[in-house]
Write a protein that binds this ligand. Structure first.
Ligand SMILES: N[C@@H](CCC(=O)N[C@@H](CS)C(=O)NCC(=O)O)C(=O)O
Length: 202
């Protein structure tokens, strides 16, 4: 088994997941800025030219961060990062989607519509980037209100894939200078907890 990796938030999400599971999976490092992900050999693995990609020993290929994480969850159930019972699984799914759509997606839109790397990958709309910049602080404030009930992690008392998505969002936020405002104490405290985990630095 090997993970096609690259210095970007999506593969990092999988690297964190792997570290939290205590697994050791060999990696193939792609240089996205050099266009390794557009090489015909890699496009045969993922026609979208995106990382991460997990290739199993029998040559089965799995793309999409969450699909890879779900495969690893099934094959290595402990610790459970997608929940342990029906309610926990549903709450984690709900929060992972919220973290993806409301937080990570908003920040990623700012990155895609402003950073030079994405210039030739689509049409950049500066006004949309500005609107998403403004939306980002509103979304952080919403999350702050949610976390004000004192829960330890975003989906409850257990660390989960939803927090890992939050970790990716936190990294992107730093990159596009959209960290949650200092007055948002609950989000800042949650972020600090995540940043202090051993998996943060993988
Ligand atoms: N939905 C995909 C997104 C993957 C993705 O956007 N990967 C980015 C890095 S964060 C990438 O490979 N970008 C290279 C490119 O599009 O040129 C997932 O979660 O795996």
């Amino acid at each position: 088994m090997k993970l096609y990796d690259g210095g970007a938030p999506s593969p990092r999400r999988v690297r964190i997941f792997i570290a939290e599971k205590g697994l050791d999976i060999p990696k193939v490092e792609l240089d996205l800025t050099a266009g390794d992900n557009r090489h015909p050999d890699f496009l045969k693995l993922n026609s979208l030219g995106q990382v991460p990609v997990l290739e199993l020993d029998d040559r089965t290929v799995i793309s999409e961060s969450i699909a890879i994480c779900r495969y690893l969850e099934e094959t290595h159930p402990d610790p459970a990062l997608f929940g342990s019972d029906a309610v926990e699984r549903a709450r984690i799914e709900m929060w992972n989607r919220r973290m993806e759509i409301e937080i990570l997606g908003t920040l990623a839109n700012v990155a895609m519509h402003t950073l030079p790397y994405f210039k030739d990958k689509g049409i950049q709309v500066p006004a949309f980037a500005d609107a998403q910049r403004e939306a980002a602080q509103t979304k952080w404030a919403w999350l702050n209100d949610e976390l004000s009930d004192g829960r330890a992690f975003v989906a409850g008392e257990v660390f989960s894939i939803a927090d890992i998505t939050g970790m990716a969002a936190s990294m992107v936020a730093e990159f596009v200078d959209l960290k949650p405002g200092e007055h948002l104490h609950h989000v800042r405290a949650w972020e600090e907890t995540l940043r202090s985990r051993h998996s943060w630095s993988v």
